[in-house]
Design a protein around this ligand. Structure first.
Ligand code: AMP
Length: 214
């Protein structure tokens, strides 16, 4: 199973990716998580990515592609994966096509998790995540941590992401519309696009995805 999850920040891609990897026993690759770790560890990639991430803009294609080319050629990638947050631009999608020609088979589907902007703004302003394992929590009863403020999985104190402030969220949504939304047509033209209504409980959305990709 080789899947791409498309959709704006806060669409629930990370939550659904976690469920898909548990079901299909394949790795979950989030370029956002990889880049945040690089920034935290002050690596060369992190230094190139930091400012772009803080402002809610995109990290240059060359930097992201450098990271993903290496991962997609690694042993970890051989039995499938869920790509979350990559590709994010048409040049990234074209590069991914080229990489998959060298490392077949190709993608099974590009799943678009569709959510209106207003819902995104509401969701992201109450999104907390675990800095250690990346698990994401929200204010929804189905997705609150059992122990308020701490991760269910490892007990680490939860944090709100710096780029989840209202002004940065708005900018990220504009960037999504301008640079990432063109991927909808890109994958539609390749008969890979599966459009999912992303409003509902995580269980409902998972069910919709499974129905589309089965
Ligand atoms: P995310 O966790 O997916 O919301 O990503 C957080 C931030 O990382 C984004 O706002 C971008 O600055 C950067 N980022 C993540 N993935 C990519 C990508 N594929 N291309 C460019 N920038 C990315």
């Amino acid at each position: 199973m080789r899947l791409i999850l498309l959709g704006p920040a806060g669409a629930g891609k990370g939550t659904q990716a976690e469920r898909l990897v548990a079901r299909f026993k394949i790795p979950h690759v989030s370029t956002g998580d990889i880049l945040r770790a690089a920034v935290a560890n002050e690596t060369e990639v992190g230094k190139l990515a930091r400012e772009h991430m803080e402002s809610g803009g995109l990290v240059p294609d060359a930097v992201v592609l450098g990271v993903m080319r290496e991962w997609l050629a690694s042993k970890e990638a051989t039995d499938g994966y869920v790509l979350d947050g990559f590709p994010r631009t048409v040049p990234q999608a074209e590069a991914l096509e080229g990489i998959l020609r060298d490392h077949p088979p190709g993608l099974n589907a590009a799943v678009l998790v569709d959510v209106p902007d207003q819902v995104i703004l509401e969701r992201l302003s109450v999104r907390w995540s675990c800095p250690k394992c990346g698990l994401v929590y929200s204010a929804a009863a189905s997705n609150r941590p059992k122990n308020v403020g701490y991760c269910d999985r490892d007990g680490t104190a939860l944090q709100q992401r710096g780029d989840d402030s209202p002004a940065v969220i708005r900018h990220r949504l504009d960037v999504y519309r301008e640079q990432t939304a063109p991927l909808i047509g890109f994958y539609e033209s390749r008969n890979l696009l599966k459009r999912i209504d992303g409003v509902g409980t995580p269980d409902e959305i998972e069910e919709r995805i499974l129905k589309e990709i089965s």
